[in-house]
Design a protein around this ligand. Structure first.
Ligand code: IPM
Ligand code: MG
Length: 368
């Protein structure tokens, strides 16, 4: 196997650069073990790009992405840039435009629990008997995040802020087909999440998803209102296989799912276009409170790298090697801080707490 891969690396802000460095340590190990040749080019994005180029998504960064095979993204944002006008801020000035520019409509967020981490879940462990393996398919380029009009108007007591939740038939159809196909390769169970009891957009969503189900008779489709889905995810997480969700509901439910797996620092994501181009990023934010302390959990970034190798380059073997390495490191009782809860001192004592870079190195060492 000899592949040459050109990667755009966008570490961004907060813990982004630290967890990215750890992911690169793992990438080096994978390159060595599997004879890959990867060219990595770094680009500025988010707050750091605002500071140096006056814009969260500089032209140079966009063209770097356009000429790369895939994008590995860290995280953007932080208190320093929160007072800027919203459209200039790192999230709305860089991340959302990147998703839109490349039409990355299909966002995959796998939530599974490593056996060694069942103890780290805030759920009682009996809720996780039989493990947990959920794939959230989140629509990423439409819905309330992008609907127009959006903005603020007026002043005084009648001043108002507004967003628009809207989906076209074709937008729902393509993400629904993507989710059904994904479910076909798993346990063939798809739960579509909406709020069809209140929102017109979501009634339409349910109707279109139901119509698409006819193309996939082997997949069992059910529907849940998002409030109920949030509850069921806590109550019976192992009942879920694939969850299809509109943009905002997918955002919310994926944080919940991440926490069930032990920490927000565990969840990776792939954002894909119709042609298969992909941006890969941890679902958690830039965690400014711990940025620069070498304490952040790099596993979500490392798993994002694994998703990149799998989805953009069909290097499933490499992705599996990364998963196995993580599982072994965790089984050997190595943890980052976020995975050990202070209320559990007896258990906490048996763990070796690693820094971000030590965790990256430990995982890299186990790549075979
Ligand atoms: C995510 C994040 C982003 C989102 C933010 C940073 C804009 O929360 O990827 O889940 O809301 O999509
Ligand atoms: Mg989110």
């Amino acid at each position: 196997m000899k592949k040459t891969i050109k990667l755009a690396l966008l570490p961004g802000d907060g813990i982004g650069p630290e967890v990215m460095t750890a992911a690169l340590t793992v990438l080096k190990a994978v390159e060595r073990a599997y004879g890959l040749s990867v060219t990595v080019t770094e680009g500025l994005v988010g707050g750091i790009a605002i500071d140096t180029h006056g814009t969260a998504l500089p032209k140079e960064t966009l063209s770097l992405c356009e000429t790369s095979d895939a994008i590995l993204f860290g995280s953007v944002g932080g208190p320093k840039w929160e007072s800027l006008p919203p459209e200039k801020q790192p999230e709305r000035g860089a991340l959302l435009p990147l998703r839109k520019h490349f039409d990355l409509y299909a966002n995959l967020r796998p939530a599974f629990v490593y056996p060694a981490l069942i103890e780290a879940s805030p759920l009682k462990n009996n809720r996780l008997v039989g493990g947990l393996n959920i794939l959230i398919v989140r629509e990423l380029t439409s819905g309330i995040y992008f609907g127009k009009p959006k903005g603020r108007e007026g002043s005084g007591p009648s001043e108002r802020g507004f967003d628009t939740m809207a989906y076209s038939r074709s937008e729902i159809e393509r993400i629904a087909r993507f989710a059904f196909k994904t479910a076909q390769n798993r346990k063939k169970r798809l739960v579509s999440v909406d709020k069809a009891n209140v929102l017109a957009t979501m009634m339409f969503w349910r109707e279109v998803v139901t119509a698409i189900a006819k193309e996939f008779p082997d997949v069992t489709l059910s529907h849940l209102y998002v409030d109920n889905a949030a509850m069921q995810l806590i109550n019976a997480p192992q009942d879920f296989d694939v969850i299809l969700a509109p943009n905002m509901f997918g955002d919310i439910l994926s944080d919940e799912a991440a926490m069930i797996t032990g920490s927000i620092g565990m969840l990776a994501s792939a954002s894909l276009s119709a042609s298969g181009f992909g941006l890969y990023e941890p679902i958690g934010g830039s965690a400014p409170d711990i940025a620069g302390t070498n304490k952040a959990n790099p596993i979500a970034q490392i798993l994002s790298l694994a998703m990149l190798l799998e989805h953009s380059f069909a290097l499933n073997e490499c992705a599996t090697a990364i998963h196995n390495a993580i599982a072994r490191v965790l089984a050997d009782n190595y943890r980052t801080r976020d995975l050990v809860h202070d209320d559990n001192t007896r258990e906490a004592q048996q763990f070796n707490i690693l820094s971000t870079q030590e965790m990256g190195a430990a995982i890299a060492e186990k790549i075979t």
